[in-house]
Ligand binder design. Structure first.
Ligand SMILES: Cc1cc2nc3c(=O)[nH]c(=O)nc-3n(C[C@H](O)[C@H](O)[C@H](O)COP(=O)(O)OP(=O)(O)OC[C@H]3O[C@@H](n4cnc5c(N)ncnc54)[C@H](O)[C@@H]3O)c2cc1C
Length: 383
């Protein structure tokens, strides 16, 4: 029998609207003071640790963490509102993004008390940044075939292997590492474990990978017999697969999977309003309708997560539709704006250049769309 998606529409209440106004006021003031220039894909590329610290001071990082770990006991949907506003403004959030989105909930759930005390308050202050070490050469989508090995030795765990496409490892204070502790590659999901590795560390070499736009966000991280202390193990030995797939729920379902190019869309919308060209108006209307629908879906997924459910199928679907929308924004503006992309320029030319050069990655990062479609097919019982 084929299942259907169960996703109730959700509306934010007046408290969320007040919070949204507060965040908008802060972002307008920051922009007016010249603290940032809006960018497309800012959540992955625009690194500004001072901006992250200012968000921490406002209580807009670690929002859902308990107060005893430096958090603010806020609702997940409050965090959703802040996240949306930061993305829509193209604010420089890349420094803290992975720590706040993914590692804080993971450490809260699986970490020891010592790990929680060590990392969570610093994440909430915007002073502890993280990188994710899942991908490997020759593993990629087939995450269960990772070959990085962690061997128990005197003094902790000895790690050898190579991680690839590790966003932000060059500025991160720590990375979460997926490694094989037991069995061999044939054992697939069994025998994988997670570690929190403080950076930089002896025996860990972080090599930059420069992207087509000349920027440095990615790295290759080589572990050559690095020894980390016993307390680096995150969660249960051998439960790494279960922990990682739960973490991917946080990574895949957020509004960043549909809003990377919204700053470009907004910039173009402001111009279309002046030009009053009917073709531009129609295309802008189509994109706006899609943005609104996707945003409602993303909000419903967030509401389901907030209710303690795990809407894995819906989250995968939203990421597939959302990341294709992000690319379509770039393509439409490129076709209709009558402006050449020019890297480093203000406004449409600069954001368009970022969009054109980054678009190939939209449907890859966080799990490729082909893989997500098989998650959806399995979830609906048609595979
Ligand atoms: C911008 C960006 C940031 C990233 N940041 C990080 C990070 O911080 N940390 C991290 O660990 N990783 C990161 N990654 C890596 C990312 O998660 C991987 O690129 C992704 O999982 C795909 O792996 P791969 O590149 O090896 O492609 P492959 O797995 O080799 O896939 C190549 C193609 O084959 C298709 N394919 C593979 N298997 C199947 C299948 N079974 N059925 C159908 N099609 C299939 C894929 O969909 C894809 O189109 C990042 C990637 C990008 C682009």
């Amino acid at each position: 029998m084929t299942a259907t998606l169960e996703l109730a529409a959700h509306r934010l209440g007046p408290a969320a609207r007040r919070l949204r106004d507060e965040v908008r006021g802060f972002l307008d003031a920051e922009q007016a003071a010249g603290a940032f220039t809006p960018r497309s894909d800012a959540w992955m590329t625009a690194y500004d640790p001072d901006f992250s610290r200012r968000l921490g001071e406002r209580g807009w990082l670690g929002m859902t963490l308990p107060a005893r770990y430096g958090g603010h006991d806020r609702l997940p949907l409050d965090r959703f509102v802040v996240t949306e506003e930061l993305l829509a403004a193209g604010a420089p959030v890349a420094a803290h993004w992975i720590a706040d989105r993914q590692m804080a909930p993971s450490i809260l759930r699986h970490g020891t008390e010592a790990q929680r005390q060590r990392y969570l308050p610093a994440i909430a202050r915007g002073e502890c940044f993280f990188a994710i070490g899942m991908s490997e050469p020759d593993a990629g989508s087939d995450l269960a075939s990772v070959r990085t090995r962690a061997r128990q030795v005197d003094g902790g765990w000895e790690i050898s292997g190579t991680k690839l496409w590790t966003t932000g490892a060059h500025f991160a204070h720590a990375m979460v590492l997926l490694a094989r502790t037991d069995g061999d590659a044939g054992d697939r999901q069994a025998g994988l474990s997670q570690f929190v590795v403080d950076l930089p560390a002896d025996g860990v070499e972080i090599r930059p990978i420069v992207t087509i736009d000349g920027e440095h966000h990615f790295n290759e991280v080589v572990f050559d017999g690095a020894v980390v202390p016993p307390e680096s193990l995150l969660g249960e030995r051998g439960a790494g697969w279960k922990q990682v797939t739960a973490e991917l729920g946080h990574e895949r379902s957020g509004p960043e999977r549909l809003m990377s190019t919204v700053p470009l869309l907004r910039e173009w919308a402001a111009k279309v309003a002046v030009w009053e060209d009917p073709v531009d108006g129609r295309e802008l209307g189509r994109l706006t309708a899609r943005a609104w629908t996707l945003r409602q879906l993303s909000l419903s997924v967030a509401a389901a997560l907030a209710d303690g459910r795990s809407p894995e199928t819906a989250a995968a679907l939203v990421k597939d539709l959302g990341s294709r929308f992000e690319g379509d924004v770039v393509e439409t503006v490129r076709r209709l704006a009558g402006t050449e992309p020019r890297k480093g320029e203000l406004g449409i030319p600069g954001m368009l250049a970022e969009g054109v050069l980054h678009a190939p990655a939209f449907t890859l990062r966080g799990g490729t769309n082909e893989i997500l479609r098989s998650v959806v097919a399995r979830g609906l019982g048609v595979r």
